[in-house]
Design a protein around this ligand. Sequence first.
Ligand SMILES: Cc1cc2nc3c(=O)[nH]c(=O)nc-3n(C[C@H](O)[C@H](O)[C@H](O)COP(=O)(O)OP(=O)(O)OC[C@H]3O[C@@H](n4cnc5c(N)ncnc54)[C@H](O)[C@@H]3O)c2cc1C
Length: 463
Amino acid sequence: MTTTALLAELERELGPGGIRRGDQIAQRHWADVSGLDPVCPLALILPRTVAEVSAVMAACRRHGHTIIVQGGMTGAAAGAQPREGEIALSLERLNGIEETDPWSATMTVLAGTPLAAIQKAAADAGFSCGIDLGARDSATIGGIVSTNAGGNQVIRYGMARRNILGLEVVLADGTVVTGLNKMLKNNAGYDWTQLFIGAEGTLGVVTRVVVQLQPPLPAVRAALLAVDGTNEALAALRLARQMLPAGLLVFEIMWREYYELAASVEGVAPPLPAGHDGYVLVEVPGPAAGDHPIEAWLERALEEGLIQDAVVARSLADRNAFWAMRESAYKFSQVVAPPINFDISFPLDRMAEAIDRMRAGMPALGPDVKWCVFGHLADGNVHVMVMTPRKTEVKEAVDDLVYGITAALGGSVSAEHGIGRVKRKHLPLSRSPEELALMQRLKTCLDPQGLLNPGRVVDPTSD
Ligand SMILES: Cc1cc2nc3c(=O)[nH]c(=O)nc-3n(C[C@H](O)[C@H](O)[C@H](O)COP(=O)(O)OP(=O)(O)OC[C@H]3O[C@@H](n4cnc5c(N)ncnc54)[C@H](O)[C@@H]3O)c2cc1C
């Protein structure tokens, strides 16, 4: 009865194009990339303006009805993926760049704008966007803010949080709060915008974002290094930070289990021979040809025994070959089996132990289990993939192993993808009871009726 009344009211408010039901709802709204079975939402609400988002939330409050928020559906934690009977609010029609301000180096955009459109507009205006990730064509800035996403450039520009200066949000009661700050310095009271970054849509709906732009992307020199241990790779990183004044753009590690699997993917050729403990893909700003400080760093790292081998890209084709290894993970499910994925982080001084413990524990899962680990080493963020035809059977044991090591070493169960629905029960492994209680109080304060994204992050409504 409540649902019928709510939808009738929203239909009047938004017009017939503002609500879709049943087979009018495209399949991209049924599932994100968490791997859970797709579910068609009961209805899909498609506001075109911030006023319409506000009207939707005000109606939900009046009817005491929950709603879930959808961006580009590239999230990996099932935050935006509907459960049976849920109504989804998609920001896809709230899309567009409203202002590029060259004086402040900022861009003000509507929340449903895909990252690739922001990157292109930034380049056209003589800037770059400090946020980049593989899902750039579909991921929206609202989803990126809400998951505090961070991808390939975190080592230089930080996670989404560091690239956002201002926000506009619609609260669970429909109130529009606008804080489209463009200043680097603004200490006028609480910076409430920070609360909504990484809140995964549980505290409010992000409608506008002020993105801090960066200078245009520099030319880079890429290299692939072989290392004989995690700590050696970390020591090479420390040396790079001392010897490369322009800093690093990329420092991505592929441990040996990953490198061997990547080499078995059709069309992927390993640039360095297998047999080392790990391989690091590095990109350093500087001229693509001629002398470059990367040479002196590599020489010193070889002399000190931190790296065993290295190849520097001499052409775009070489650089692409390095990235083909790093990006081949998306094809492992074809070579082996659909993976159980982990997105975890460790303090860097515990990283070597984390890898050793995983190596010690994985064989007990069975001889048919293949696994690998790789990721953004400088950020402490590794992705673990565990692949076996017995995925359902071993899932709990794999979770126990990987999250057990994560908790024991003071790591985080979510480095970048968030908690959503899929990691909710593991959240206490990375947060103290006091931290969880504070999160609950914030949720209750901003959304006392529990209307936004129920069952996600700290909301106790179970599946
Ligand atoms: C190929 C690929 C590569 C990826 N690489 C990375 C990576 O390198 N780093 C990384 O961090 N992530 C990565 N991801 C994960 C994903 O891209 C990010 O989480 C992304 O930012 C989600 O954006 P989205 O618009 O798709 O959000 P969705 O998936 O639609 O939603 C994600 C969460 O945000 C909430 N949300 C969405 N929009 C809003 C809004 N306007 N207001 C309030 N809440 C909202 C949803 O409710 C949900 O909880 C990758 C995903 C893929 C498929």
